[in-house]
Design a protein around this ligand. Structure first.
Ligand SMILES: Cc1cc2nc3c(=O)[nH]c(=O)nc-3n(C[C@H](O)[C@H](O)[C@H](O)COP(=O)(O)OP(=O)(O)OC[C@H]3O[C@@H](n4cnc5c(N)ncnc54)[C@H](O)[C@@H]3O)c2cc1C
Length: 477
């Protein structure tokens, strides 16, 4: 691993270092393209830093949550993907643009500084928890950890509801609220309703019509990103599955046991927040111009006007289209931006002018579970099974390697013939059980107790298995 604290002014003979921060769609694809363009040059060093050693194919996260896909199969390990670039699994702590140094913390907790000549900012975004008071009480849906936690939580609600004798309490346990009916909120609602349709058979005392879903949207309709007709189709599909869709309904507050709107309170044991994103917090600390969403403003070439060594793309940057409007925060854009930024950096190294990034969206698709989807592809509107088939085929071929594609195809084929399982593996609960066993003098393997494998969110939200009739509550955030 490169390990230096030298200034980026590239000491005599030292290679020019291109440092890419963030191993999502934008960062990984940019690194790959940079490798192709510059990988064989001895005078150029390409380094990718990300806190996970895999990158997540977010459109597949819904199926990973429901169990249609094996959890790991919605991600791709980064290392086999790269040939010449150096990959460092580390968390970026601080970016000093003046000294051209980035401070990293590697998994063992050691801090290291890394200099750069060109910095590519691809740190993505996080769920915006500042819009609604109490947002930290809700689940988010952005990472694999989020998918695991939500899946475990939902299955746990069913386990509790099955033995719950108080009808009020049972109702709350079986109520799911999704706040925000954009692509993520709507797709998640579709997938979860399909999941519940399948798993309810394993619970003797839970009827499907007892499980209530609410999809709450502050705007005038669901799926603001797609045509009204397609959104209306999606709304019809979800309503048929019993989803209570509320539009023009801003949520005022989220509490541990429900949500408050202008004139109604809904008691719910599962609340998911997907009402918008905000750029990675590291971006907020940078002394560069930002737009009203907090994204760094770059030129159409993705280069910062004020800092020519800084490039920004993906969800953390505002890149103007030819009309001056920023491109949407979508994976399909991040992928194209990534390829274009690599070419522009190569041009800059040759002393040429970078070119503006121009891209017209191919279409938008949203899967709804149960072989249903909606979408518009190259101007053609699609609904139902053809949309679902197109969606699947497209994302299958977006997976970069055949090894992953084949695994996904196997998962999808198995899911056609078998019901999803309801196994919930909760590392935090296992850890606590081991801790208790150790405290009681049992001979438990201590190394498992560290909980190191779990991310903060995972540990924060997990709960010990409750007594049958105990009042269930979401753990304190
Ligand atoms: C559930 C879901 C479904 C979606 N479905 C679609 C879809 O169907 N079609 C579509 O076009 N878009 C979709 N999107 C949007 C799409 O995922 C994003 O637009 C895309 O991921 C943006 O890519 P990015 O590389 O900018 O950011 P990200 O993919 O978020 O990558 C950021 C990377 O930075 C890393 N990172 C963050 N902070 C640090 C740090 N401090 N140190 C080190 N590394 C760090 C992260 O680990 C991550 O690897 C979906 C999003 C979600 C959440």
């Amino acid at each position: 691993m490169p390990n230096d604290t030298s200034s980026a002014s590239t000491a005599l003979g030292a290679p020019t270092r291109i440092l890419i921060l963030g191993g999502g769609f934008a960062g990984v694809i940019a690194t790959r393209r940079l490798e192709k363009l510059l990988g064989r040059r001895r005078d150029v060093e390409i380094v990718l830093v990300s806190r996970d050693n895999f990158f997540l194919i977010t459109p597949l996260l819904f199926e990973a949550c429901s169990g249609t896909l094996e959890l790991r199969h919605c991600s791709q390990p980064i290392r086999p993907f790269l040939q010449h670039a150096t990959f460092i699994e580390a968390t970026v702590g601080r970016i000093d643009l003046d000294r051209r140094i980035v401070s990293l913390t590697v998994p063992e907790g050691t801090a290291q500084d890394l200099s750069f000549d060109h910095l590519v900012l691809a740190l993505g975004a996080k769920t915006n928890e500042r819009l609604i008071p109490g947002s930290s009480q809700a689940f988010t849906f952005k990472t694999i950890a989020d998918a695991i936690v939500l899946r475990n939580h939902l299955i746990e609600r069913f386990e509790r509801a099955d033995v719950e004798t108080d009808p009020e309490r049972k109702r709350e346990l079986l109520t799911v609220v999704v706040i925000g009916a954009g692509l993520v909120g709507t797709e998640l609602t579709g997938e979860l309703t399909a999941f519940v349709d399948e798993i309810v058979r394993w619970y003797q005392t839970v009827r499907r019509d007892e499980v209530r879903f609410y999809l709450i949207e502050a705007g005038p309709r669901i799926l603001g990103e797609v045509d009204p007709a397609l959104a209306a189709h999606a709304a019809k599909v979800l309503t048929k599955r019993g989803v209570d869709i509320r539009t023009h309904t801003p949520v005022k507050r989220i509490d541990e046991d429900g949500i408050t709107m202008a004139d109604e309170v809904i008691k719910a044991s599962t609340i998911v927040l997907s009402a918008g994103i905000e750029p990675n917090p590291l971006v907020a600390a940078l002394p560069v111009e930002k737009d009203r969403h907090g994204r760094i403003i770059v030129e159409a070439s993705m280069r910062s006007a004020a800092r020519p060594s800084l490039w920004g793309l993906g969800d953390c940057a505002a890149i103007p289209d030819p009309s001056g409007k920023p491109y949407p925060s979508l994976a399909q854009h991040a992928v194209r931006e990534a390829k274009a930024v690599a070419h522009n950096i190569a041009r800059a190294l040759r002393g040429e002018q970078p070119r503006p990034f121009v891209y017209s969206q191919l279409g938008v698709m949203a899967a709804l579970g149960h072989f249903q989807a909606i979408g518009r592809v190259m101007g053609i509107p699609l609904t139902g099974f053809p949309a679902w088939w197109t969606w699947r085929t497209y994302y299958l071929f977006q997976m970069p390697r055949w090894s992953r594609r084949i695994r996904i195809m196997i998962d999808w084929t198995v899911a056609l013939f078998f019901h999803p399982d309801i196994v919930k593996v909760d590392l935090a609960v296992e850890s606590r059980q081991l801790e208790r066993a150790c405290a009681a003098g049992a001979d438990a393997p201590m190394r498992l107790v560290s909980g190191e494998a779990t991310r903060p969110r995972l540990t924060e939200r997990a709960e010990p298995a409750p007594m049958a009739a105990a009042p269930a509550s979401r753990p304190a955030p």
